[in-house]
Ligand binder design. Structure first.
Ligand SMILES: Cc1cc2nc3c(=O)[nH]c(=O)nc-3n(C[C@H](O)[C@H](O)[C@H](O)COP(=O)(O)O)c2cc1C
Length: 370
């Protein structure tokens, strides 16, 4: 098995930029150099100021200074295939001025949401195209359009957040326009991948996703299949729920008084807990296989893939690539360990996830706290 071709590093928030979104070149180079995968998808990079996430150290690609820093990252890593994940967070931010397909708030971020006008949507389409072109000029091999996890494009794909009455009630339209604009802006050869949630906790189903895939079949080079939105963020990744750590370091939780914390844990947490899905290995593979059967596009899958045996089985079943996130946080050199019986040391403690919403750079926190 040619694992270098088949195993990719799934997008992972790095929190390694300055507050103006300029990536810290040395930090990125060190991180990516240590990762044994050849193909690395960056953590989500913002395509416009109003598309920024709550993380203060998220990197951007909206101006030349940011693009120049990315070009330096690229130049230092000639052996890597670098794919920049482009995202607009829409309503999933705590920053003021959040926008969305509709005014329905995100239960997690809670910021008021203003409905995007048609003119603003057209601007966002252009923002994606310009960001992709900057990434291409910076030497990136391609981009991945983030249409999963409840971010803006997912908000248009979802029947829950898209209650529009204009032409965007056609839910895949925004993604289709973004892909057309990116293709028009970036001359070949330039890879364009898309990350999709095959379902979520608010009504998006695999039937919706299959319809979306059909719409974009000729507009991109591959799709990565994931699950969920930030409203139930732990359903994207699954595993432990380190709630004490969240109250300590996560800006959405650590603002509460000890009394509110106790009440929240007692009365609100059980409600959330019931909605959380258990971690089961390879939890998106079945959906990815169903999608694979119905498309000519290369299909990648992410989510809970933890053993070499499972990687082999997934790839032998027709999936084109597997993408790993937490295993690379735990063991960046894991590709060198695939000698037959590798099992990831990641136990899905999810401390990396809780810390990732703060201003701390990505690393494995296993064993530090509960
Ligand atoms: C700390 C952390 C940061 C993540 N950042 C991103 C991101 O920037 N973009 C994205 O699409 N997914 C992100 N994800 C989701 C992963 O790419 C991946 O889809 C998910 O973790 C399931 O894969 P795994 O079981 O191998 O971790 C993140 C996950 C974690 C744990």
């Amino acid at each position: 098995m040619n694992y270098l071709d088949k195993i990719i590093r799934s997008a992972t928030v790095e929190n390694m930029a300055a507050t103006n979104g300029v990536p810290n070149v040395q930090a990125f180079v060190n991180l990516y150099r240590a990762i044994s995968a050849r193909t690395i998808i960056t953590g989500f990079v913002y395509v416009s100021e109003n598309g920024r996430a709550m993380q203060p150290l998220q990197a951007g690609i909206v101006n030349q200074t940011q693009a120049d820093a990315w070009a330096n990252v690229r130049q230092a890593l000639p052996d890597k295939q670098l794919i920049m994940q482009l995202a607009h967070v829409g309503r999933q931010t705590t920053r003021s001025g959040a926008v969305g397909a509709s005014n329905i708030k995100c239960m997690y971020c809670k910021a008021p949401v203003r409905v995007l006008t048609k003119a603003e949507i057209e601007e966002i389409v252009q923002d994606f195209a310009e960001a992709a072109l900057r990434a291409q000029k910076a030497g990136f091999d391609g981009v991945q359009i983030h249409a999963a996890h409840g971010y803006l494009i997912h908000q248009f794909l979802s029947p829950y957040t898209n209650n529009r009455t204009d032409e965007y009630k056609d839910r895949p339209l925004l993604l289709e326009l973004v892909l057309k604009a990116v293709r028009a802006a970036c001359p070949a050869p330039f890879i364009v991948w898309v990350k999709l949630s095959h379902g979520d906790d608010r009504g998006l189903t695999i039937t919706d996703t299959l319809a979306t895939v059909k719409r974009i079949e000729t507009l991109c080079d591959g799709i990565e299949i994931s699950y969920g939105t930030m409203e139930y963020a732990l359903n994207i990744i699954r595993g432990a729920i380190p709630i004490d750590t969240a109250f300590e370091v996560n800006p959405l939780f650590n603002k509460y008084s000890p009394l509110i914390e106790r009440l929240w844990k007692r009365f609100v947490f059980p409600f959330y807990k019931r909605r959380f899905k258990l971690f089961t290995p390879n939890y998106n593979v079945q959906a990815a296989l169903e999608i694979k059967k119905q498309t000519s596009l290369p299909v990648f899958v992410t989510g809970g893939i933890r053993t070499q045996q499972d990687i082999d089985t997934i790839l032998n079943s027709g999936i084109d690539k597997v993408s790993l996130c937490r295993p690379f946080i735990k063991e960046p050199d894991l590709l060198h360990k695939l000698t037959g019986n590798w099992k990831s040391g990641c136990v899905n403690c999810n401390l990396c996830t809780i810390y990732c919403d703060s201003a701390q750079s990505i690393r494995c926190h296993l064993g530090e706290k509960k």
